[in-house]
Design a protein around this ligand. Structure first.
Ligand code: DO4
Ligand code: MG
Length: 289
């Protein structure tokens, strides 16, 4: 087991974003007095966990998580996503699609994975903020995904939780509508923190859970394991970095393995809760955009 090191971005009263080290469910260490103003230098270094261990033994201010506002744990990275990486996702997409079914079948088995651009960093939704459902879509779902945190060299330096919100009716109508099904206002949430110091084999043992609550009741729950992802994490990262530079690093969502039944669609005011056992829980209400 790697040491549990969870980095977060947060605000207190002022609008200035600070970096914190999550100590437990209720407490964080403010890393500002240790000279940490951004996550990027830590993510680019080869010894982030050792540096954070040293900081954790200093006398830094402790804050209660309930007193801060968490920001999305992304600075200037582009956010990308992989698709059809779980058998469940392939089957669901072949069913939803009239004439693109073979495209999903083929990409699941192909050497090259499906990778698509998802969001600019500045558009990512923070924990507690509303994720969006398109006003011109009839069938919207959350996609709970383990997200890889990659530095500018393409190395996996951490993990976070991603929600790849999707309009399944648009996607099913034509594969050419994928960018509109996937990229719209508030369609990508990340958080609550970045988990550093975990190996791929450790992360593959994590469970991923989704609960959608409506007026206090569960209207959908589902669970999978990151171990069900068909492709290696390095393999996904390598393809993303082929013929493409990411000077600020990148976040890569690894695809969904939880697909609600076809009759299910999200509604405004639903609450989406995504839990990854090695990271924490990302909660977002839903709003029409
Ligand atoms: O091919 C469409 C998108 C797939 C996707 O987002 C997923 O499998 O998670
Ligand atoms: Mg997805």
């Amino acid at each position: 087991m790697g040491p549990e090191m969870n980095l977060c971005r947060f605000k207190q009263q002022s609008d200035q974003v600070r970096i914190g080290l999550v100590l437990d469910d209720s407490t964080l260490l403010d890393l500002t007095p240790a000279g940490v103003g951004q996550m990027q230098p830590l993510l680019e270094s080869d010894d982030a966990v050792a540096q954070l261990n040293r900081m954790a033994s200093q006398r830094l201010p402790r804050l209660r998580l309930a007193e801060v506002r968490l920001c999305a744990p992304v600075e200037r990275q582009e956010v990308w996503a992989a698709g059809v990486t779980y058998l469940r996702s392939k089957t669901a997409r072949m069913e939803e699609s009239d004439f693109g079914a073979t495209a999903y079948d083929r990409v699941y088995a192909a050497e090259r994975p499906e990778l698509f651009f998802k969001s600019l960093a500045e558009k990512v939704v923070a924990p507690g903020e509303a994720v969006g459902i398109r006003r011109d879509a009839r069938w919207s779902v959350p996609e709970p995904e383990l997200a890889l945190v990659l530095n500018s060299r393409g190395s996996i330096v951490g993990y976070t939780i991603g929600n790849d919100m999707s309009a399944r009716d648009l996607e099913g109508e034509s594969p050419l509508y994928l960018p509109q099904a996937k990229i719209y206002e508030h369609s990508c949430a990340l958080g609550p923190s970045l988990r550093l110091g975990a190996s791929e084999s450790e992360a593959r043992q994590w469970t991923i859970g989704l609960a959608v609550r409506r007026q206090g009741q569960d209207v959908f729950t589902g669970q999978t394991s990151a171990g069900q992802i068909k492709r290696g994490f390095d393999e996904l990262a390598r393809f993303l970095f082929r013929s493409q530079r990411f000077p600020h690093g990148a976040i890569l969502l690894t695809g969904t393995g939880i697909v609600p039944p076809d009759a299910f669609t999200l509604q405004a005011h639903d609450l989406v809760e995504i839990e990854v056992s090695g990271i924490g829980r990302l909660d977002n209400p839903v709003a029409i955009v």
